[in-house]
Design a protein around this ligand. Structure first.
Ligand code: FES
Length: 575
């Protein structure tokens, strides 16, 4: 037991077990810390705060995080701590092949082990792009030392010839116009420079904005952090404040496992539904919960979706962009609006409850953030579907779908291979009309591999040229949170492990009923079973390295796609 400057007894710091003691390595660690130019007094007896930075020049969304780390450091020093910034791998969503999701678990392991194995008492985690936030949440949950998240913030709104354009969502729309011949090479080139015009993550309610909002809803950021645009000076201010706060959290020994409780998970799902969040949030939250040993299933999403109104009028489901969302009051205004549906007593990194954090949060624009009495939709943004095609569940973002297609039956056009499908969809003689249901197999965790974002199957060129902009598409893949359309995703079990999707053949009738929460193929069960009895699994994509480990240990979509050996077990976490 040491003594603080106020001479009150204090608990021994975790880092002191590295530095204090009679062994050679206690001395050596002090000596090598001094090689960084610190005096012994600069770090002796003070909380050492790791700054876990997912900065990378291969991740444009997180390119400003080193500047943000400097703001965090100011706060840490000011509060009497010692900041120590360290890198982990980073996952640039649009750069990594075959998909950043393949590496989410690798990054989560890097984060966990970097925290667990080093002499730090608390950690500030800097994230932004889609997979970096869930990977850090998973790693921090497993390491379980005091942790606070500082998200990188959304980009400024894109603007093309006077019109506001959202990264991802409008990018896809403009590219479809280009494919159909309605946009020239010159226009596409001009738009290319307009879509993502600042640092920060995608500025629609895609996966990045959803997951940073979820970090806040879980209680893992200071209130208001998720929505501040990346270049806004207030983001550095909240980073500094977070640096100050983590030092206090160390002395309070306030850990992620005390914050990310079952109640916090339900709060996160409620907020996800109210904001019309990305379907990817379902997979990530299931994974985070399993890291903490919390029972969470698709049924929880099903139940909470049914009771939560969709309120946030931001693309891809709505009209506005994240910058306007911030000006309207951002996430605290939404959380205040849905407070009766939240566990308001849930504690957060601020040391206060959710209810205390958002009690006075103002809303400045009711067109952007609707009231519970006048929502954009009575139910949450993500529906869970079951049926003979998805015994373990599937998802659809019904708020970003075409209402007239949510009850639909039509003949399947089946593709086994994503890359071949992309070429086929350009054919002028593709046997397809607006009633066809495009079915893609082999897009799941093993089949992709890595559960790629292939679920937003491009519209066939032939239909685009006729002005048809949406049709029912189903798969065992994910889609980008920036995407839209009547697409059923995450069908589980996936086709590559012999799920019923593997039995579907071109011409079979597919039946989607959002109102019944069902996705089915209109075949007798005996016929499905007969076809599956002849199922031959595809050849594994990897026979060595990380990919092989992924294939051997990844769980299915309805279980979160983490590695089975990373789920919580009843053993000590910290050492
Ligand atoms: Fe990083 Fe969209 S590419 S959030």
């Amino acid at each position: 037991m040491g003594m603080s400057s106020s001479d009150k007894p204090r608990r021994t710091l975790r880092s002191e077990t590295w530095y204090e003691g009679p062994e050679y390595y206690n001395f050596a660690r002090r000596a090598y810390m001094r090689s960084e130019g610190l005096t012994r007094g600069a770090f002796h007896g003070k909380p050492l705060i790791g700054i876990c930075n997912s900065w990378s020049e291969l991740n444009h969304c997180n390119i400003h995080l080193r500047e943000l780390a400097e703001a965090v450091k100011r706060g840490v020093w000011a509060a009497g701590g010692v900041p120590l910034e360290f890198p982990t791998i980073s996952l640039g969503e649009v750069f990594i092949r075959p998909t950043a999701m393949l590496l989410r678990n690798l990054m989560a392991m890097d984060v966990e082990e970097s925290i667990r194995c080093n002499p730090i008492d608390g950690v500030v985690l800097l994230c932004g792009c889609d997979k970096t936030t869930p990977a850090q949440l998973m790693g921090a949950a497993s390491a379980d030392i005091p942790s606070i998240f500082v998200t990188g913030g959304p980009m400024l709104s894109g603007n093309y010839r006077g019109e506001w354009k959202g990264s991802g969502t409008d990018g896809r729309k403009m590219f479809d116009l280009y494919r159909s011949g309605s946009l020239s090479d010159e226009e596409l080139n001009e738009f290319e420079g307009c879509m993502a015009r600042s640092h920060g993550h995608c500025m629609v309610m895609g996966t990045a904005s959803t997951m940073t909002s979820i970090a806040e809803a879980l209680g893992m950021t200071l209130p208001g952090c998720a929505s501040i645009p990346a270049p806004d000076s207030r983001r550095k201010a909240i980073a500094e404040e977070s640096g100050r706060r983590i030092v206090e959290m160390v002395w309070e020994d306030l850990k992620p496992s005390q914050i990310m409780t079952r109640e916090a998970m339900e709060n996160a799902i409620t907020v996800d539904m109210a904001i019309g969040g990305s379907t990817n949030a379902v997979v990530h939250l299931l994974a985070i919960a399993r890291r903490l040993g919390l029972p969470l299933t698709l049924d929880d999403f099903h139940r909470i979706s049914a009771r939560t109104p969709y309120l946030v009028n931001v693309k891809p489901s709505g009209e506005y962009l994240m910058e306007e969302f911030f000006y309207a009051g951002g996430l605290p205004a939404v959380m205040r609006e849905v407070l009766p549906l939240l566990h308001g007593e849930a504690i957060t990194v601020s040391g206060k409850s959710i209810a205390e954090n958002v009690a006075a949060a103002p809303c400045h624009n009711r067109d952007v953030i609707r009231t519970r009495e006048a929502p954009l939709h009575a139910e949450g943004g993500t529906l869970i579907l079951y049926g003979n095609l998805a015994p373990n569940g599937a998802v659809i973002k019904h708020t970003a779908a075409s209402p007239q297609l949510l009850e639909h039956r039509g003949p399947a056009l089946v593709f086994d291979d994503h890359h071949a499908m992309i070429l086929e969809l350009e054919r002028d003689d593709l046997p397809v009309d607006e009633n066809t249901v495009i079915v893609l197999k082999n897009g799941g965790p093993l089949g992709g591999p890595g559960f790629p974002e292939w679920g937003h199957i491009p519209m066939p060129k032939r239909l685009l040229q006729r002005g048809v902009m949406d049709m029912v598409r189903i798969s065992d893949a994910r889609m980008s949170g920036t995407s839209f359309g009547t697409v059923v995703l995450h069908i589980s079990p996936e086709s590559a492990v012999g799920g019923p999707l593997a039995a579907v053949q071109t011409g079979d009738e597919i039946v989607l009923s959002a109102s019944q929460r069902r996705i089915d193929v209109n075949l007798p069960q005996e016929e499905i079973d007969r076809r599956l009895a002849a199922f031959v699994p595809p050849k594994p994509h990897y026979d060595r390295g990380y990919g092989k480990m992924f294939l051997e240990h990844v769980t299915q979509a309805h279980e979160g796609c983490d590695f089975d050996f990373l789920h919580a077990v009843a053993t000590p976490k910290n050492e």
